[in-house]
Design a protein around this ligand. Structure first.
Ligand code: ADP
Ligand code: MG
Length: 448
């Protein structure tokens, strides 16, 4: 064991953690945790309950980094556990906390009036999802229940959730609609437990709603206790004929969920949203410019629609930057100003990325040979980096799935889809991987 580590009491490490996490995070998660094992570069922390353990696991990379630095032990490995569960249905576990009825911390986000169907541009990429959402908003619980929207980041899932809520309330006054992200569902549950609040109030709040809009359920991956609580909420709502709409940025069947819960999400309709085509991107930009009441020359909008192809948030963001620069400098909006406003983003887009350059960067990073990318080998050491390279090829090049498969030793496009999904899912759970991928992206784009 490292001597310094051994000599350093937990209180001292806690002090370091308190500097690096917010006050409320520290109080919620670390204050009540204790060390249950600390030897041979291994530190095991026991969280107060499984919910908090799940949160810590989610932040493992950051916690490990802080504790390594604080203890001077760069090989320190941190693991998390929770006290043994009580027997029973898993809900008994919280019964002891049900003492006083404290007011529940409000984490429910009010519906955003800016996200409506009126300003949601429909294109081939989202037509089906939009129609399903409208139908649910107009006839809650009578069409698809649950409805699950699935699509990549920044493609309009959250927008549609709010649009459902806004339209449903407009149609039917008094309807109770609740929007919450999965992360806040978990946070709220934890804070009720922590404050000794009444879990019944927490449950009632969710169960007394007519439409539950739950965002980003991929976040529930691997969080067993939160899933369990949500499973009961789901059943309760569904059996009382209440509407549930969820979103996910990975296919629901591929989220690491308890079988029972995954099943529930598959009961209804899964509608996917893909990347918008050029026409749709242009229409979105026109809509946005109109909303902002700014005249933007067509040439500028076309340039943006050609340049930002992956993500509507990025596309809109580019326009917002141009509008801002034009206001600040009091200059007319034209192509020159656009290029100036977007200099950094354009630099990143400028260099065409080839699949070969991705393969090269990935093999360098993982110490493999270029031929491994095309080889049949299936060992983890080769297969995993290969999946990452396929994922990057999809993200950074215009190549189609079959073209990507061909560039990786003639693999089928379903293999490529599988690889992409796998990497996306892993990235959700593993912040280290997300960082590795971010670095690789910078590297192949030549902006590192
Ligand atoms: P997601 O939840 O899928 O990550 P969001 O719903 O947050 O994406 O969308 C990102 C931004 O793009 C939002 O400002 C949203 O209004 C806008 N947006 C996405 N799709 C459309 C669309 N089809 N029409 C208009 N705006 C859109
Ligand atoms: Mg969203």
């Amino acid at each position: 064991m490292n001597e310094r580590t051994a000599a350093m009491p937990w209180a001292q490490l806690q002090a370091k953690l308190s500097l690096r996490f917010s006050d409320s995070e520290f109080e919620t998660y670390f204050r009540s945790s204790k060390v249950t094992r600390w030897e041979n570069h291994t530190l095991e922390l026991e969280a107060a309950d499984p919910f908090r353990r799940d949160w810590m696991s989610q932040h493992k990379a950051r916690i490990t980094e802080i504790l390594q630095e604080a203890s001077g032990d760069s090989r320190l490995v941190v693991s998390f556990r929770a006290p043994e569960r009580e027997e029973g249905d898993g809900r008994l576990m919280v019964a002891e906390h049900v003492a006083m009825a404290l007011p529940i911390e409000e984490r429910v986000t009010p519906l955003n009036p800016a996200f409506t169907f009126t300003n949601f541009i429909v294109g081939p990429n989202n037509r089906f999802a939009q129609a399903a959402c409208r139908s649910v908003a107009e006839h809650p619980s009578k069409s698809y229940n649950p409805l699950v929207l699935y699509g990549g980041v920044g493609l309009g899932k959250t927008h549609l959730l709010h649009a459902i809520g806004n339209l449903a309330v407009a149609h039917q006054a008094g309807l109770k609609v609740l929007y919450i992200s999965s992360e806040n569902f978990m946070n709220e549950m934890i804070s009720v437990l922590r404050s000794g609040g009444d879990m019944r109030l927490f449950r009632d709040k969710f169960r007394n709603t007519d439409i539950l809009l739950i965002d980003d359920i991929q976040f529930l991956a691997g969080k067993e206790s939160t899933q369990e609580e949500f499973f009961h909420t789901f059943n309760d709502l569904h059996s009382h004929g209440k509407q549930i709409v969820a979103t996910s940025d990975i296919p629901p069947r591929e989220i690491n969920l308890d079988e029972r819960l995954r099943n529930r999400f598959e009961w209804g309709l899964v509608a996917d949203i893909s990347r918008p085509d050029y026409e749709t991107r242009l229409a979105i930009l026109r809509g946005k410019a109109r909303e902002e009441r700014r005249g933007v020359p067509d040439g500028v909008l076309e340039f943006l629609a050609q340049t930002f192809t992956h993500n509507v948030r990025e596309l809109e963001g580019s326009l917002v930057k141009i509008l801002a620069l034009s206001s600040i400098l009091d200059r007319e909006i034209n192509l020159d100003l656009a290029k100036e406003a977007l200099r950094d983003a354009l630099k990143a887009q400028a260099r065409p990325v080839s699949i070969e350059s991705i393969q090269e960067a990935v093999t360098n990073r993982f110490g493999l040979k270029l031929s491994d990318m095309k080889a049949r080998k299936r060992t983890d050491a080769v297969a995993y980096p290969r999946q990452i390279a396929m994922y990057l090829s999809r993200e950074l090049t215009p190549a189609s799935l079959p073209e990507i498969g061909a560039a990786f030793g003639g693999r089928d496009h379903t293999t490529v889809i599988h690889a992409i999904n796998k990497v996306e899912q892993k990235m959700k759970q593993d912040t280290d991987l997300a960082a590795v991928i971010e670095k690789l992206i910078q590297q192949v784009k030549g902006v590192a």
